[in-house]
Structure formats: structure tokens, C-alpha cells
Design a protein around this ligand. Structure first.
Ligand SMILES: NC(=O)C1=CN([C@@H]2O[C@H](COP(=O)(O)OP(=O)(O)OC[C@H]3O[C@@H](n4cnc5c(N)ncnc54)[C@H](OP(=O)(O)O)[C@@H]3O)[C@@H](O)[C@H]2O)C=CC1
Ligand SMILES: CC(=O)N[C@@H](CCC(=O)OP(=O)(O)O)C(=O)O
Length: 308
């Protein structure tokens, strides 16, 4: 079977990336609108209802509008925006996160693609909360740095014109749009303190969760945390729990791939840990995850077109 796919927002950063990833595939046929009609509601409505699958690569409001334009119960949607990540009736599109994740995505008609930062954060924290190693009411914090392509066309243009800062912490009022999905899908009682920054590198991301092991109820060791992550992702080809002790970690480690690498680093003597994830904000953090979800929903090879 050939899956008929419409990408709404195909001219943007994520849309172009997904089109490139699907080039040459014979199991997916892409429906495109020309430049004159790509923002025309009537043309979008027709394409949205004609397709078997739709990937929304739009700002949040436009993504909500696109969903409202679908008036049949056959078209299945993957939304790359943050509009539906904690919405009722939507399945969170992170197949490796829960034991039944892939099964639920395969059956879903509405799938929300995870945010780039939440992908790293949840991969580190969710299995530890599920295993009881981090209590649900623990005051978690998360520091992260993204490549500038995470800010879409406007931020890419700023950086590539040479005028933007080399390293810029932001979201300083602690109300970043990713906090709700981090809280809900980690199973935490309180919002984590999320401190993101953008760096002068096109693609790549480091997400770090510091943990005072000495203060946690079970006083876990580094090895017990690492073992819990390894067990959670056993057999998952895109997720690696590395047991190395690098002197430093490059933000580019997984740039250009759909890999997600997790590490538990730190010091058992002081009882302090640094949980660190690296990924490509456009890979497992966006377009790679969208293609993976499409593959799963359409019953295709789940890893087709992904860069391991
Ligand atoms: N970049 C990233 O790393 C990631 C982005 N995302 C999410 O994916 C979505 C798209 O992001 P990104 O690709 O970066 O953004 P871009 O700004 O690069 O692209 C957005 C595209 O949507 C088009 N668009 C805007 N409004 C409408 C509309 N009403 N109808 C049709 N098309 C419209 C824009 O057209 P025009 O330029 O002409 O206005 C543009 O082509 C966002 O919700 C973003 O949060 C998700 C994960 C990662
Ligand atoms: C560097 C930068 O600006 N990043 C974006 C997030 C990019 C992303 O992946 O967010 P969504 O998946 O929710 O679109 C931001 O902080 O808003």
C-alpha cells in the first residue's frame, strides 16, 4: 500500500526536512500545494481531507485550524506543533517512552509529535519516575541548549546573517511552551524548572537533569539509574544508554541523525548525578520523530528513512 501524505507547512524548516527524508520512498506519496495556494484555507481543506495521513508543520494556531478543517474520520494526523501535546484525544508520539507506546501510536488517528527539549528530558526522567527512583513530587530541573534551527525560519535567518548571540539563555520567566508536556508525560506532580538556551550551531541539542542522589528517598547509585534506563530502552534501535565516561559532550554528537543518546554521569561519593541526553533538534526532536510516527501509523517499517 502507498500512504498518501499531505504536509501542511511543507515550505517551512520542519516541512522541508520531512519532505527530504521521504524523497525516493515508494511507500509514501506526497501531496503538495503550490506556493500560491499553500495558505489558502479552501485548498488546504481539500488536501487535508484527500490525504490518508497529514503532518502539520505549522505554528500552533494554524495547526489547530488545520485540524478543524478535517471533516472526515479517515484522515490521520501527526501534529509537529505544540498545540496538542497534552490535549484530550491525542496520543503522544514518542514510541519508546512507554512499554505500549508503539502499539498506541499504531492505532491512533491523532498523534502529537513531541517537542525537541521534551524528547531529551522525558527520555531521561520518565523511566526513573516509573521505576520509583525519582518520586513524582520531586522538584526536578532541566538545563538545555539547542541549535538555532530549533527556532524555525526566522531564527535561522538571524543566525545565518551573523547578528545573533553565540549562547543565549531564554524563557527566563519559566513559562516555556514545553513545560506542560514535560510535566504531564514524565508523570511529575510539579512543573520542572526549565532553563533553555540557544547556541550558534545549526543542529544539535544537549539536555541535562542534575540530581542530588543523596537527597532522593532511595539514595540510588549512578549504576542503578543507568540500569533502569538501559532496561527501559532495551531493544530500541534509536535510543542508546552509553556507559562511557567522556571528558565532555559535544552538542553536535547526534546532529544529522535520529539517534538519542542518554548518559548517567556524576559522582557516587558526593551523591550527585548529571543525566545527559543528546539529540538533533531536527531529528529525533522533530522530523525524524514525525517520519517514525508516520511509519508506525501506516504499518510500514518503523525505521524506514531514519538515520541511525
Ligand atoms: N524547528 C524545529 O526544530 C522544530 C519545530 N517544531 C514545530 O513545527 C512547527 C513548524 O516549525 P518550523 O518548521 O520550525 O517553522 P517555520 O517557521 O520554519 O515554518 C512554518 C511554516 O508554516 C507556514 N505557515 C504559517 N501559517 C500558515 C497557515 N495558516 N497555513 C499554511 N501554512 C502556514 C509558514 O509559511 P510562511 O513562512 O510563508 O509564513 C512556514 O512555511 C512549529 O509548530 C514548531 O514549533 C517542532 C519540532 C522542532
Ligand atoms: C531554539 C528554539 O527557539 N527552540 C524552540 C523550540 C523548538 C521545538 O522543537 O519546539 P516545538 O517542537 O515545540 O516546536 C523554542 O524554544 O521555542
Amino acid at each position: 500500500m502507498t500512504a498518501r501524505l499531505f504536509i501542511d507547512g511543507a515550505a517551512g524548516t520542519t516541512g522541508i526536512d520531512i519532505r527530504e527524508r521521504l524523497t525516493g520512498r515508494t511507500d509514501v506519496a506526497i501531496l503538495l500545494l503550490d506556493d500560491a495556494s499553500r495558505k489558502d484555507p479552501a485548498a488546504r481543506r481539500a488536501a487535508l481531507n484527500d490525504a490518508d495521513f497529514v503532518i502539520l508543520c505549522l505554528p500552533d494556531d494554524a495547526a489547530r485550524e488545520a485540524v478543524a478543517l478535517i471533516d472526515n474520520d479517515r484522515t490521520r494526523v501527526i501534529d509537529a506543533s505544540s498545540a496538542h501535546r497534552v490535549a484530550d484525544g491525542w496520543t503522544y508520539g514518542f514510541p519508546e517512552l512507554e512499554p505500549d507506546g508503539e502499539t498506541r501510536i499504531a492505532a491512533a488517528t491523532r498523534v502529537s509529535n513531541p517537542g525537541c527539549y521534551p524528547t531529551g528530558f522525558l527520555a531521561l526522567v520518565r523511566p526513573l519516575v516509573r521505576a520509583g527512583l525519582i518520586p513524582a513530587d520531586w522538584p526536578v530541573s532541566v538545563n538545555a541548549t539547542s541549535g538555532y534551527s530549533g527556532g524555525g525560519k526566522a531564527m535561522i535567518a538571524d543566525y545565518e546573517a551573523g547578528g545573533a548571540s553565540a549562547f543565549r539563555p531564554y524563557a527566563l520567566s519559566l513559562a516555556h511552551k514545553h513545560v506542560p508536556e514535560m510535566t504531564v508525560h514524565a508523570g511529575l506532580a510539579h512543573a520542572p524548572i526549565f532553563a533553555p538556551a540557544v547556541a550558534n550551531v545549526r543542529q544539535g541539542m544537549v539536555v541535562e537533569v542534575p540530581l542530588p542522589l543523596h537527597a532522593l528517598p532511595g539514595r540510588p547509585t549512578l549504576a542503578s539509574l543507568s540500569d533502569a534506563l538501559s532496561a527501559a530502552y532495551d531493544g530500541q534501535p534509536l535510543v542508546t544508554v552509553a556507559n562511557d565516561q567522556p571528558a565532555g559532550i559535544a552538542i553536535e554528537e547526534n546532529a544529522g541523525t535520529d539517534r538519542l543518546t542518554l548518559r548517567v554521569l556524576g559522582n557516587d561519593t558526593t551523591g550527585q548525578a548529571r543525566l545527559v541526553a543528546t539529540l538533533d533538534n531536527l531529528g529525533k526532536g522533530a522530523g525524524g520523530a514525525a517520519v517514525q510516527n508516520l511509519n508506525i501509523m501506516a504499518g510500514l517499517d518503523p525505521l524506514a528513512g531514519l538515520h541511525r
